[in-house]
Design a protein around this ligand. Structure first.
Ligand code: ZN
Length: 196
């Protein structure tokens, strides 16, 4: 398997509505372990498959962000948020949108169910920060970025950074360092067929 990379905005994978995974195998486990590595390297607390250009309903989290605390690692396959309660504003950032930070309103309590890497279904109730992380990662699977949920004034503040990311991405595409959008989309559709 080729090594995964965190892809920046505006990579089309970040706007992809991901498909459910129907098969857990060694390659998928390998992807998950690479996702944890990339997440820790980037000092993140969560990473969704879309962020590494994989069109699958899968994300990993470790709310401590500490690679030593492996007991805090959680893998969610085909997750579903069945209940959301309360609401609170809190600062968010995203590994796909470097340097952009803004407050987002999220539910304070959620119930989520998903499958783990052994194919076992589980249900969890989470609150506060871990609940926020899961809502943020779940949005990625729907092709939603946290900047879609921020107030107009904050979006305006973030706009120059977002514009810069677009310029950098288009420059990489022009230089051939990154494939063109239609080729990237074709690859996402190919990957989708492999596992969904
Ligand atoms: Zn994110």
């Amino acid at each position: 398997m080729t090594s995964l990379k965190i892809v920046p905005h505006p990579h089309p994978a970040l706007r992809w509505k991901s498909r459910e995974i129907n098969r857990i195998d060694a390659e998928l486990k390998q992807m998950v372990s690479q996702m944890f590595e990339l997440m820790y390297e980037a000092r993140g607390v969560g990473l969704a498959a879309n962020q590494v250009a994989l069109p699958y309903r899968l994300f990993v989290i470790n709310p401590t962000g500490d690679p030593e605390e492996t007991d805090q690692e959680l893998v969610f396959l085909n997750p579903r948020i069945s209940r959301r309660r309360g609401s609170e504003e809190g600062e968010e950032g995203c590994l796909s949108l470097p340097e952009v930070h803004a407050p987002v309103i999220r539910a304070t309590h959620i119930t989520v169910d998903a499958f783990d890497l052994t194919g076992q279904q589980f249900e969890m109730e989470l609150e506060d920060f871990p609940a926020r992380v899961i809502q943020h990662e779940y949005d990625h699977l729907e092709g939603v970025l946290f900047t879609d949920r921020i107030a107009a004034e904050h979006l305006q503040e973030a706009q120059p950074l977002l514009d810069d990311l677009v310029v950098q991405f288009r420059t990489m595409q022009e230089s051939g360092e990154m494939a063109a959008d239609d080729a990237l989309e074709k690859e996402l559709r190919r990957l989708e067929k492999l596992r969904t």
